[in-house]
Design a protein around this ligand. Structure first.
Ligand code: AMP
Ligand code: MG
Length: 316
C-alpha cells in the first residue's frame, strides 16, 4: 500500500473516495458514532482487506452501511417491526440484524457465512454523501487497529492505519463517539445485541415489548462471541499435507488440493475465498464426508483464517 490519502469532505474528495471504493480499496469515513473503515461489501477481496488492515484475529461479521431504507431492503428482508424501527431511527446510530435477502450479492466474509446481515443507515452527512456517491453497500467496522480505541477524528484513523488503507475522508469530529445499538430482528423475539447510541428503552417503547438480552447458544448476544458462524456438516481435519481416503483436500500454496484457498499462498486471496471454499468443500464432501485443510501460516490474516478453520474442526 502506498501512502494513505487524506481527502476533504467536498465533491472532489467524495468522488475520489467513491472511485477508490469501486476499485476495491479501503476508505475510512466519519459517521455520527465513530469513523468507519469502509470497503465494498460485495467484494470478497475488499472485505478481506478490512480484516487485514485492522489486524483482526477473527472473522466476526461486519455492519453494512447504506444510504437509505430502499437500499437496505435490497440486502435484507424487512418485516413490519423492522420497517417500524427503521422509520423511527434511520438515519441514525441503530444497526438491525435481519435475514439476508437471497441473491443480495454481499460477500459471505461480511456475514461470517451466516444467513443474517447487520445493516445501518448512518446520519452523518459525509457518510451519506459517500454512500450515495459510491452507490453500493459498504461494509465498515470501526477504523482502528484491532484492540485499540475507536477513532472519532480523521487524525486518529491516520495514527492507527496510515499506509494500510487507501484514504481517509476528513469530516471533523464524530458527535456520538459510542458505537451503534445493535438490535436483532431475525427471530420471533427482538434482541439487544449491543448497547449503543439508541437507548434500549426507546426501542422497547416503539416495539411495545421488552428486548431479550442475551440469547440462546445458537444466537448469543455478546459482540464478537457469535457461535453461530457457518459450520460445515462434514468433519474437518487441519494441517493436512495430503488427502486421506475419502477426503476433500483444500490446498494452500505448495499443497495442491481438490480446491485451493490460494495456490500462490496469498493470505488476502485465501481470506476472500474462505467462506466460498468452506461451502463448496462441504457440498463436495457431503454430510458424512471429510474435509482436510492444508496448513496456513499463523501470521497476519492467517491467524483469522486459522481461527475460523479451528472452529470448523472443533467437535460438534
Ligand atoms: P463493529 O463493526 O466492529 O462495530 O462490530 C459489528 C458488530 O455487529 C459485531 O459485534 C458483530 O458481532 C455484530 N454483527 C454483525 N453482523 C451480525 C449478525 N449477522 N448477527 C449478529 N451480530 C452481528
Ligand atoms: Mg470496533
Amino acid at each position: 500500500m502506498d501512502q494513505t490519502e487524506l481527502l476533504a469532505a467536498d465533491d472532489a474528495g467524495l468522488a475520489r473516495a467513491a472511485a477508490l471504493l469501486a476499485a476495491g480499496g479501503l476508505v475510512a469515513f466519519p459517521t455520527e458514532t465513530v469513523y468507519g473503515l469502509g470497503g465494498d461489501a460485495r467484494s470478497d477481496t475488499a472485505v478481506a482487506r478490512i480484516f487485514e488492515a485492522k489486524g483482526r484475529p477473527r472473522f466476526n461479521p461486519l455492519i453494512v452501511h447504506l444510504p437509505d431504507l430502499a437500499a437496505a431492503e435490497r440486502i435484507a428482508v424487512f418485516d413490519h417491526r423492522a420497517r417500524t424501527v427503521a422509520a423511527a431511527f434511520w438515519p441514525g446510530p441503530l444497526t438491525l440484524v435481519l435475514p439476508l435477502r437471497p441473491g443480495a450479492g454481499v460477500s459471505p466474509l461480511v456475514t461470517a457465512g451466516l444467513d443474517t446481515v447487520a445493516l445501518r443507515v448512518p446520519a452523518h452527512p459525509v457518510a451519506r454523501a459517500l454512500l450515495t456517491a459510491f452507490g453500493g453497500p459498504v461494509a465498515a467496522p470501526s477504523a482502528n487497529p484491532s484492540g485499540k480505541v475507536s477513532p472519532t477524528r480523521a487524525a486518529h484513523v491516520m495514527a492507527g492505519l496510515t499506509g494500510r488503507i487507501a484514504a481517509v475522508v476528513d469530516g471533523g469530529a464524530c458527535a456520538v463517539g459510542v458505537e451503534s445499538t445493535i438490535l436483532g430482528l431475525d427471530g420471533a423475539e427482538p434482541r439487544m445485541l449491543r448497547p449503543g447510541g439508541v437507548p434500549a428503552e426507546a426501542l422497547e417503547a416503539l416495539l411495545g415489548q421488552p428486548l431479550a438480552i442475551g440469547g440462546s447458544a445458537e444466537k448469543p448476544s455478546a459482540p464478537g462471541q457469535l457461535a453461530s458462524h457457518y459450520a460445515p456438516g462434514a468433519a474437518v481435519r487441519l494441517e493436512a499435507r495430503a488427502a486421506e481416503t475419502g477426503e476433500i483436500l483444500v490446498g494452500f500454496g505448495p499443497v495442491l488440493g481438490d480446491l485451493t484457498l490460494s495456490s500462490e499462498g496469498n493470505l488476502v486471496e485465501a481470506a476472500a475465498n474462505l467462506f466460498h471454499i468452506l461451502r463448496e468443500a462441504d457440498l463436495l464432501a457431503g454430510p458424512e464426508g471429510r474435509i482436510a485443510f492444508a496448513p496456513v501460516p499463523e501470521t497476519g490474516l492467517g491467524r483469522a483464517i486459522n481461527d475460523r478453520l479451528r472452529r470448523a474442526a472443533a467437535p460438534r
